[in-house]
Ligand binder design. Structure first.
Ligand SMILES: Nc1ncnc2c1ncn2[C@@H]1O[C@H](COP(=O)(O)OP(=O)(O)O)[C@@H](O)[C@H]1O
Ligand SMILES: [Mg+2]
Length: 270
């Protein structure tokens, strides 16, 4: 699904948080949004889900395949969230419902938004769990019985089970160790490409972005200050803010080896 954001401004209780953001995601493409903590990335994602806090005011335009969602009614937005746009959150532990088993968790969006029988829901959820690398024995587990990486696999399965046309991944790997990060990024990229969904990949980490996207936007204090090919931005960041983000990613890669291309034996078991 294509996304066209034009002149998006968001204020919270009268305080400007995001200013005049233009951002475009072509159908079937993966685009990055990178910026330091507090720069407004999650606020943009929330606006795209129609989930801004009640104290927020929002101006400008967010169009999905030409359809305006700024100012859309709650019922239409709920339908949009359930069927077309899905979000993956930073902290899978708190994004999952602690009293639902993995299977119940993944079946929930199907029960809310799709007209399927219980048998069909179960079959679809099981197939989705298999795709994220969790075998049937995981179905009866609760979130606290899973590792961080496994929890995020459940988060991804829950987000993708309804075959959304747009995936908003808000720092999906930030809470994970560097080896698990790499696995989860690979999984997300392959599932997005397989399903044909477009994706906005939000992060503060250029080393993650380079694996996930071809193009990206750099956000600083609520404004887009640079955009273009992720590779070019990594090699030749123009602004000092982008240079700092690239520098931080290089340091991280040197210290943890997280930029390496090959999976180790140890990595595959997580
Ligand atoms: N509920 C809120 N009330 C007031 N200010 C908020 C709220 N949530 C976020 N902010 C502020 O909005 C700005 C952007 O936040 P956010 O979009 O979460 O940043 P990021 O995701 O880039 O780390 C920050 O300065 C933050 O302090
Ligand atoms: Mg955030």
């Amino acid at each position: 699904m294509s996304v066209d954001i034009q002149g998006l401004s968001i204020a919270l209780g009268g305080v400007p948080i995001v200013g005049d953001v233009d951002l475009h995601i072509a159908d079937h493409s993966r685009v990055g949004l990178i910026g330091a903590s507090g720069s407004g990335k999650s606020m943009i994602a929330k606006a795209m889900m129609g989930l801004l806090p009640s104290t927020a005011t929002c101006a400008g335009s967010i169009r999905y395949e030409g359809e305006e969602i700024v100012g859309m009614g709650e019922r239409e937005l709920a339908d949009l969230r359930g069927r077309y746009v899905s979000m993956i959150f930073q902290n899978p532990g708190s994004a999952l419902n602690p009293v639902l088993t993995v299977m119940q968790q993944v079946m929930l969006p199907l029960a809310l938004h799709f007209n399927l029988s219980a048998v069909q829901r179960k079959a679809r959820a099981a197939a989705m769990l298999d795709k994220v690398g969790l075998d049937a024995s995981f179905g009866s587990r609760f979130p606290h019985q899973l590792s961080g990486g496994q929890q995020q696999r459940v988060g991804i399965a829950t987000a993708l089970v309804g075959a959304p046309k747009l995936i908003l991944a808000d720092e999906p790997t930030t809470s994970l160790d560097s080896i698990t990060q790499r696995q989860i990024v690979r999984l997300l990229v392959s599932l997005a490409d397989e399903s044909g969904a477009s994706m906005l990949f939000i992060t503060h980490d250029f080393s993650v972005l380079a694996h996930a996207t071809d193009d990206c936007y750099v956000l600083d204090a609520g404004h887009i200050i640079e955009s273009g090919s992720t590779r070019t931005l990594l090699d030749r960041p123009r602004t000092s803010q982008a240079q700092q983000l690239v520098h931080a990613a290089r340091e991280l890669t040197l210290h943890t080896g997280s930029g390496g291309a090959k999976a180790s034996k140890q990595e595959r078991g997580r």
